[in-house]
Design a protein around this ligand. Structure first.
Ligand code: M6R
Length: 613
């Protein structure tokens, strides 16, 4: 939610900032803006819409040369998407400009106080209140801007990553964070600040992840970090493990398509160095110090949102089947508000691609307070969730830029599958021979994924037939039930077609009323323990003239006779089928969205990382 970029150094700031904003557009694309400081003063340029609209807007402006600047791409929270609500925001004196990612919860109280003092506001945002609150402290305390920021942060309630510029200090940027991410790239006499590392990787691989309640001041090409208690800390410089190609489209029309096609490699990367079936070896470094807690847990609680929650549902089946341990899968947003029973013998797994999802972070904090052990399954290295958990395993899927999650889902399931196998083996619920067999089955998945992706053209033809449908139903059972939910989510979020996912057997308890000759029903009907039952459900839809699109195991003859379309995927152990059966559903939603002219990578109203509650 909102992307921020800032630069100070020897380069022209604007191109660095614009390129960075484009890389961060997945975080929000309601408006974009920059502030630059030069002989013409401290100037803010901002525009409703995408970064390209901002570029058109400033194209012929002669005052854009600067070596310092800040930029913002917005996902609207307070105030509609328009020019006025776009960032950066000036302070009342126009001496300061600020970009902000996050939400200030006490902004109304602060705003009322400021209005009583004579301040006027030009936007509906909490961020404009924030910068004026800082300026008010600056003026009343006769202090430096840095000190005013520090004092203000003691009174601010909510989440923020901010960067400020001061008209009087042409070589200084001041940044702070709490709850929203901020990465500082350290170059040679230059600094890059951004919501994630993607705008930075092109220039330097040395980064500092700012911690909550820290304030960074970059002045005269030097970085100093202090806590809001004014205690200096020593920045730890991390080496970025990210290639530039990983964040570019690489010849694909959309990031989503690229990411769908990357899955054979991303799943293999996820297992690399961890799983070796011939040696019977399965190692997850992050679990090493917590294996005892994991093995002896009374219960596993999985918490996540969206697609990551669907991966958690698959994991419920995996853990219960292989390790015979009770599992609860919780929407993070519900978990945190219903006073859940959690104790120190619970092992909580938090799943998140971005590692920044506000609800998941809050659920982690709650579980921590209750004494549970928290394990993170995250994709983004150094993200807030990765750092808030006791331990964790990265999914190593590489940057996922399309807002619709694809390769992150399969990488999450890969990590969770390895965890379930380890746990089953250690607890003695998986006999050695079965364990060895399952290791080989899992290791064989990337090749099967590669084969399944070749069905793309067939799926594109199916998409052409159903692109104008108004509703879709997705049905599956067992391991394929979460896949049905995921297929429906993919379709609705990028094509805006209403879609529902259901356990196939639940259809007769309500959704069957929706079925007529207009209704496409996607069945995931692979040959597993519930296959016969799903076949009966297909018959029920057929009898009511629904259009049947069935994902089946290759060679299936039974469903072929009933379905309007069959998509044959490679045979795999049923526990690992979701890693394959989800692929045609990702492709189907992708093609339908493209045919409907939708913005596949940046669907309306959405953002990639949801850092607000
Ligand atoms: O970054 P996270 O995995 O924590 O994000 C959770 C959801 O916001 C995310 O999966 C969302 O549902 C995706 N847009 C689905 O494609």
């Amino acid at each position: 939610m909102c992307g921020i970029v800032a630069y100070v150094g020897k380069q022209e700031a604007l191109p660095v900032i614009i390129k960075g904003l484009k890389r961060l557009e997945y975080r929000g694309y309601d408006s974009a803006g920059v502030a630059l400081l030069n002989d013409a003063g401290l100037n803010v340029y901002k525009k409703k819409g995408k970064v390209s609209e901002l570029e058109n807007f400033i194209e012929s402006n002669p005052n854009l040369h600067s070596h310092i600047g800040i930029g913002h791409t917005r996902w609207a929270t307070h105030g509609e998407p328009n020019d006025a609500n776009a960032h950066p925001h000036y302070s009342a004196s126009e001496n300061f400009a600020m970009i902000h990612n996050g939400i200030i919860e006490n902004y109304e109280v602060l705003k009322t106080d400021l209005i009583n003092k004579g301040y006027t506001f030009h936007s509906d945002t909490d961020s404009e209140v924030f910068i004026n609150f800082i300026e008010d402290i600056y003026q009343n305390n006769n202090c430096s801007l840095e000190e005013a920021v520090r004092l203000a942060l003691h009174k601010i309630v909510g989440a923020y990553a901010i960067v400020l510029m001061n008209k009087e200090e042409p070589d200084t940027l001041i940044a702070a964070r709490k709850g929203s991410p901020l990465v500082i790239g350290v170059g040679e006499d230059e600094f890059f600040l951004a919501s994630d590392a993607t705008p930075i990787v092109e220039y330097t691989n040395q980064v500092v992840y700012l911690d909550d309640y820290e304030i960074a001041v970059i002045r005269d090409a030097k970085l100093q970090i202090k806590t809001i208690e004014n205690v200096e800390t020593h920045p730890y410089i991390n080496k970025l493990d990210m290639e530039l190609e990983a964040i570019e489209k690489g010849g694909y029309e959309h990031f989503m398509l690229k990411e769908i096609n990357e899955q054979p490699r991303s799943i293999a990367d996820c297992m690399r160095g961890r799983l070796d079936s011939r040696a019977g070896r399965l190692i997850l470094g992050g679990l090493r110090d917590y294996m005892n807690k994991f093995q002896n847990a009374d219960r596993i609680i999985i918490t996540a949102c969206g697609t990551s929650w669907h991966a958690g549902l698959v994991a419920e089946y995996l853990f219960e089947e292989f390790a015979r341990v009770p599992v609860e899968v919780e929407y993070a947003s519900e978990f945190r508000y219903r006073n859940p029973v959690i104790n120190s013998r619970d092992f909580v797994i938090a799943i998140s691609q971005s590692g920044e999802t506000a609800d998941t972070l809050a659920a982690i904090e709650l579980a921590k307070q209750k004494g549970a052990t928290i394990f993170g399954v995250c994709n983004v290295v150094g993200s807030s969730i990765a750092r808030a958990t006791h331990a964790g395993s990265y999914t190593h899927a590489g940057p996922e830029i399309g807002v619709a999650s694809t390769k992150a889902f399969t990488a999450q399931i890969s990590v969770l599958s390895m965890m379930a196998l380890m746990l089953g083996y250690q607890r003695g619920t998986l006999p050695e021979s079965k364990y060895m067999e399952l290791l080989s089955e899992l290791e064989a998945i990337p090749a099967k994924v590669e084969k399944a992706l070749k069905l793309n053209e067939q799926i594109e033809r199916i998409a052409a037939q159903y692109k104008d449908a108004r509703n879709f139903l997705y049905l599956g059972r067992g391991y394929n039930f979460p896949v049905a939910l995921e297929g429906a989510l993919k379709l609705k979020e990028i094509s805006y077609i209403h879609a529902e996912g259901y356990p196939a057997a639940e259809m007769k308890h309500g959704p069957i009323a929706l079925i007529d000759e207009e209704m496409p029903v996607v069945f995931i009907a692979t040959q597993d323990s519930s296959y016969e039952k799903v076949v009966s459900n297909i018959q029920e839809v057929k009898a009511r003239k629904g259009k049947i699109i069935a994902v089946v195991t290759e060679g299936d003859q039974t469903v072929r006779k009933m379905a309007d379309h069959v998509i044959e995927i490679p045979r795999a152990h049923e526990a690992f089928v979701p890693l394959i059966s989800v692929l045609p559903l990702q492709q189907l939603s992708y093609h339908i969205a493209v045919m409907r002219g939708c913005n596949v990578d940046q669907p309306r109203n959405l953002a990639k990382s949801v850092t607000v509650e």
